[in-house]
Design a protein around this ligand. Structure first.
Ligand SMILES: Cc1ncc(COP(=O)(O)O)c(C=O)c1O
Length: 393
């Protein structure tokens, strides 16, 4: 795809002409390109009937495209239907029978990450939590818990609840020092700026297409550092984890020497078409450009909130936040509905309204959001009110 300027990129998303869309942390906006790609699958199904060779070829194309995006090789990437499947495949390949049986997790994990590891307790896993302090999860907090008993540290890059961004490179170094694996959940970050898994030093990573990768649901990726691939043997498997799925063997369990060993069933072809188009679109505008736009807009919203005295749940340090800004509300679901009535699509978790920016958002979007928030200011928590409440309690 030819390169695109930011206005050309924005023009690929029809919804942006009708709505102020600041909900990419839930679902990326639909582009004409992803729409056309998914129709191309239907056309191919309609025209050829069962083009499995070509369709499986599309999975390989997507594997290679994603690998390039994150600075990995294609044989270090599994293409999966959800992040949960990838986390389960990794958990199923771990033994919890020696001294090293601890799973250390911060309180900012997405539920699926926590739940998969909690489900390993009957297999011997010991789950240990790292608490957040004032909405932050510094490496020092992990350093008090990670030791030679730690097997793995699953860590979300950006927290879906408050937008905190963990220092993954520092955490990976800490894990390496103690001989533990670092398993990055990059779902709330991939697609918002350049990423290099080798420079970050992570052992494993999951992410998916639903949010900033601009694709449909039903595609996720698992990266496994090359040196680890053949050391990990999942018990969650299926025919697509074999050396050659089309050998149709029922009496041999061979393992693909690549990260394909973490795959299991028939690939989700329509979604693969959409996912490919989403990543190509990101590539056309450039991840550095997206990163710049996101940084400017998040900084603008935080500056507005602090001027207005609105309580911000997201760290104000720009290095410790991602594309998501969370503002505290007295009734977050009601505020989301009121914003929707004003043409602004946002979301909420707990008492926070989530405003997330992507490369297709503009200063005009930010102005619309702040104007609507000013009009609904009764619904926002204010720092002063909080202090008064604290003084009274
Ligand atoms: C941080 C994070 N991890 C994982 C997921 C979803 O994982 P799955 O693909 O298993 O639904 C989400 C979705 O909201 C998320 O925000």
């Amino acid at each position: 795809m030819a390169s695109l300027t930011p206005p050309e990129f924005r023009a690929r998303f029809p919804i942006l002409a009708r709505r102020t869309y600041v909900n990419s942390c839930s679902q990326g906006a639909l582009s004409m390109d992803v729409d056309a790609a998914m129709r191309r699958f239907l056309d191919s199904w309609n025209a050829e009937g069962s083009s499995w060779e070509a369709w499986v070829g599309e999975v390989e194309r997507l594997r290679a495209t994603f690998a390039t995006l994150i600075g990995a090789d294609a044989d270090e990437v599994a293409v999966l239907p959800s992040a949960s499947v990838g986390i389960n495949a990794i958990a199923s390949s771990m033994a919890f029978d020696g001294l090293r049986r601890r799973v250390v997790m911060g309180k900012f994990e997405f539920p699926t990450m926590a739940q998969v590891w909690l489900a390993q307790r009957p297999r011997g896993a010991e789950v240990t939590w790292v608490d957040a302090v004032n909405g932050m999860l510094p490496t020092e907090s992990y350093a008090r818990t990670v030791d030679e008993r730690t097997l793995i540290v699953p860590a979300t890059h950006v927290c879906f609840r408050n937008g905190h961004k963990t220092d993954i490179a520092a955490l990976a170094a800490l894990c390496r020092h103690h001989g533990a694996y670092l398993f990055l959940d990059d779902y709330q970050c991939t697609g918002t700026g350049p990423i290099d898994v080798r420079a970050l030093g992570v052992d494993l990573m999951v992410t998916g297409t639903v949010k900033y990768l601009l694709g449909p649901s039903g595609v996720a990726f698992l990266y496994v550092r090359r040196e680890l691939v053949e050391r990990l043997v999942p018990t969650m498997t299926g025919w697509f984890g074999r050396v050659n799925p089309f050998a149709f063997s029922i009496d041999r369990l061979d393992w693909s020497p690549s990260a394909r060993r973490f795959e299991s069933g028939t690939p989700m072809i329509p979604n693969v078409y959409g996912a490919q188009a989403g990543i190509e679109l990101l590539d056309a505008v450039g991840l550095k450009t997206i990163e710049r736009t996101v940084a400017e807009l998040t900084a603008g919203l935080i500056a507005w909130a602090s001027n207005a005295g609105v309580t911000v749940a997201t760290p104000t340090d720009p290095t410790r936040r991602g594309p998501l800004v969370v503002l505290r509300s007295v009734d977050a679901p009601a505020l989301v509905s009121r914003l929707a009535a004003r043409g602004i699509i946002a979301s909420c978790r707990d008492d926070g309204v989530r405003i997330s920016f992507h490369g297709y958002n503009t200063q005009e979007d930010l102005d619309s959001v702040t104007a609507a928030l000013e009009a609904e200011s009764r619904m926002l928590r204010r720092a002063k009110v909080n202090q008064e409440q604290e003084a009274r309690s």
